[in-house]
Design a protein around this ligand. Structure first.
Ligand SMILES: Cc1cc2nc3c(=O)[nH]c(=O)nc-3n(C[C@H](O)[C@H](O)[C@H](O)COP(=O)(O)OP(=O)(O)OC[C@H]3O[C@@H](n4cnc5c(N)ncnc54)[C@H](O)[C@@H]3O)c2cc1C
Length: 439
């Protein structure tokens, strides 16, 4: 079996990011951010715009992790439905969380416009095509809940989904006009340029190795330098390492893998997502797909992959493309790549205050393009002194997951299990099981 070359489509089409150097010597700042993805750069940008001296340390390069390799789907809200959130958190706190997270795409497209970020932004909406009548009923309830809150969301018939996606696979769906797409690497690189223009400093290839506190000040050591500040924001999401072991154990990193086809010939392309929406369907192991600016189909799904995946490892993804779009059989697959998604037990992102002046935000459950940008702004506002009640988002205690050490094995087993139950459903079968979540 041939070994696949791993390369992200986005790395080929994004404008260059800023050239940054590793941190060296002893530095000081008013706030240090660990991690230069959407969370960290959005936090740094909002802090720099508020006049704070901010310094970002990044272990790799900008956008080398999730923020530069994702599907670029700008999805409003979080996974749990609005009514459920209000039941769980109470009408006031739940309502504010729903409002804060629902406006995520507004923040993304506003930052892009305000900072002139060239990242192929397109706000045509986001579709959830239904894979079963039961899923469609659930989407109907979701639409009704969002409509009560004034969101531009509608339920689509089978024919409307066929028209908007070009796929006959689905029995209906949900269209949320708040959503859209970006070129994800270009977006994160654009945020980095904006941070630098606002006066922030970014040091790449500078992993935080140690985080300590001396005389009311936090200090961070990197291989060639150190930096101290009264405020530190940890923005490392699925890539959180032993620098904060407690935080690392609050989420499970789950692998997600994507493939991109060659540009689709114009005649065929006009039948596929002709209005430019992004889509994530309702299988338990959901598939997310969209076109890029040159008309390639980009499809992703959770799935395991090693450092050197073989062709057999991506057969699931190829089959998914052909199941959704049989008309694409014969079109080559040119790019393959993947990364880690941070999943939390309650399917919600978490904002933590680990100690005075030590903040963290993570756990976007596959919805981080909009939500991590929002989280960065929330972290900056809290670091600037906003009261917890003013944030519109809860500050939660750090609760490590039980049996976290087994999470890698558990995540792989869960993916296989969900593939299995989706496979049974696909051939018309039914298992006596109810899995209440989708990944
Ligand atoms: C394949 C894939 C597809 C996805 N598709 C979508 C999608 O279509 N839509 C959507 O909304 N979401 C999607 N997501 C999720 C989304 O990409 C993430 O939720 C989001 O990018 C998280 O941003 P972040 O800044 O918190 O984390 P990241 O972008 O992962 O950034 C964290 C950074 O911290 C750095 N770091 C870690 N440890 C240290 C340390 N000790 N010192 C210094 N730096 C450190 C890492 O190098 C990394 O750059 C996808 C994710 C993946 C992997």
């Amino acid at each position: 079996m041939p070994v696949l070359k791993l390369q992200s489509l986005w790395s080929v089409t994004a404008p260059p990011g800023p050239v940054c150097t590793p941190l060296s010597g002893e530095q000081r700042a008013q706030a240090v951010v660990i991690g230069a993805g959407y969370t960290g750069l959005s936090a740094a940008l909002h802090l720099a715009e508020a006049g704070r001296e901010v310094l970002v340390v990044e272990a790799a390069d900008i956008g080398e992790r999730a923020s530069g390799i994702n599907g670029g789907q700008v999805i409003p809200g979080v996974k749990p439905d609005p009514d459920l959130l209000e039941r769980l958190l109470g009408p006031y706190a739940g309502g504010r969380l729903v409002a804060t997270t629902g406006t995520g795409p507004d923040l993304v497209f506003d930052l892009i416009a305000r900072h002139g970020i060239e990242c192929e932004p397109r706000r045509a909406g986001w579709i959830q095509p239904a894979t079963s009548e039961a899923a469609l009923e659930q989407l109907g309830r979701r639409v009704e809940q969002w409509l009560r809150r004034g969101a531009p969301v509608s339920l689509l018939s089978r024919g409307e989904v066929l028209q908007l996606t070009g796929s006959a696979l689905y029995c209906g769906g949900l269209l949320d006009r708040r959503g859209g797409t970006v070129q994800p690497l270009a977006y994160v690189r654009g945020l980095a340029h904006a941070v630098l223009r606002a006066g922030g400093r970014i040091h790449t290839h500078s992993p935080a190795l140690r985080l300590g506190r001396r005389a009311g000040t936090w200090s961070i050591d990197t291989p060639q330098g150190s930096v101290s500040a009264p405020v530190v924001i940890i923005a490392t999401d699925a890539y959180t390492d032993a620098v904060n072991e407690q935080l690392r154990r609050t989420m499970v990193p789950v692998p997600s893998f994507q493939v991109a086809t060659a540009p689709i010939p114009a005649e065929l392309r006009s039948t596929i997502l002709p209005e430019g929406q992004a889509a994530s369907d309702t299988w338990h192991l959901l598939r997310y797909f969209r076109l890029d600016a040159s008309g390639r189909l980009v499809l992703g799904a959770r799935g395991t992959f090693g450092q050197s995946p073989h062709l057999r490892d991506v057969q699931y993804h190829y089959r998914a493309v052909h199941e959704i779009y049989p008309q694409l059989k014969g079109i080559a697959f040119e790019y393959h790549w993947g990364g880690m998604v941070a999943m939390t037990q309650d399917q919600l992102p978490h904002l933590h205050e680990l100690a005075p002046g030590l903040l963290a935000g993570l756990g976007y459950n596959g919805r981080g393009v909009a939500m991590a940008t929002v989280m960065g702004r929330l972290l900056a506002r809290r670091a600037l002194g906003a009261q917890v009640e003013e944030l519109g988002f809860p500050v939660s205690p750090v609760v490590p997951l039980p049996f976290h050490a087994l999470s890698g094995v558990g995540a792989r087993a869960m993916i296989q299990y969900l593939r299995f139950i989706d496979g049974v459903a696909r051939v018309g079968g039914r298992l006596r099981t109810r899995v209440p979540f989708r990944v």
